[in-house]
Design a protein around this ligand. Sequence first.
Ligand SMILES: NC(=O)c1ccc[n+]([C@@H]2O[C@H](COP(=O)([O-])OP(=O)(O)OC[C@H]3O[C@@H](n4cnc5c(N)ncnc54)[C@H](OP(=O)(O)O)[C@@H]3O)[C@@H](O)[C@H]2O)c1
Length: 322
Amino acid sequence: MQRVIVQALGGPEHLALETGAAAAAPAAGEVLVDVEAAGVNFLDINLRKGNGVHAVPAPFTPGLEGVGRVRAAGAGVALPIGQRVAWINVQGSYASALTMPADRVVPLPESLTPAQALLFQATTAHYLATEYRAIQPGDRVLVHAAAGGVGQLLVQWLKHLGAWVVGTTSSADKAEVVRAAGADAVINYGRDYRFLDELMHLTDGHGVDLAFDSVGAATFVPTVKGLARGGMAVSCGVSSGPAPAINPAELTHACTRIAAGSVFSYIARPGEFQARAARIIEGIAAGWLRMPEATAYPMARAADAHRDIESRQTHGKLYLVP
Ligand SMILES: NC(=O)c1ccc[n+]([C@@H]2O[C@H](COP(=O)([O-])OP(=O)(O)OC[C@H]3O[C@@H](n4cnc5c(N)ncnc54)[C@H](OP(=O)(O)O)[C@@H]3O)[C@@H](O)[C@H]2O)c1
């Protein structure tokens, strides 16, 4: 089989394709899956560099999600051979075949394209949109990096729940992507991440009730300043580096709140991923949830996919095909 290896922590040049090793036979409760597509996520880049709370030592095979077909099932697994499935939270997904716990997968309709079937970003958007506030029509919500994969899906989910949504992004081209996702307003924060004055202008000086900040270092302090009374800023990524510490005293005047979260926690309970996946598949079938445009790379070009994400030129999903 093929698999990508991070030979040493650092740049994309440390990604190499290895062939020849055989996938492990599934033990009880496991499935062996032939991979159709493996999603590339920003978190894979953090892991390749050795950054962040989920760091693992090299060498390892990156990748967290994919779509494929069951080739073999261990004892106690009810999934039939040939069943199309998607998974998230299975480290090592940049491979042509993979053995994983059966409770990490969800059966998929045949009608979904690989891009629609890669569920990591949509599952993230679902937990972000549903776990922090019971969104009411008219709630004002800020989504940073709204042209990214999570960003586009989160904008759509918040709009579906009735929120007024403003998205930030770094270029005029990507601003069109944010508008197409349904945002009511877009702020081009450029390469110096300036957005607060425009945000306050757009909200008549009130600020927003909820803000999702996946950019981190470059944006989190002004994000908190842009909250309305009782508003909440959710730290959900570190694309520009970790957010600085904020003294709770700074939240006193406007009674604002800071939260953080990880999709891994919000899929940890039995059946939780499958329940979120069901909502996503329903949204796609109903037509209101559109998965971002996707670009496929051969598995041997995993390093190029990483370079392209890091260049900030991409918008939407990148995935690898064996
Ligand atoms: N908490 C969770 O559970 C969770 C789950 C999944 C993903 N995430 C995080 O959410 C973020 C977005 O993920 P994604 O899959 O949507 O990624 P993506 O599609 O690659 O989008 C990332 C976007 O971040 C923006 N960005 C801002 N500063 C950047 C920088 N210094 N370098 C690179 N990009 C920068 C870019 O948009 P602009 O050019 O428009 O700024 C880029 O398009 C990542 O930080 C990821 O780690 C968190």
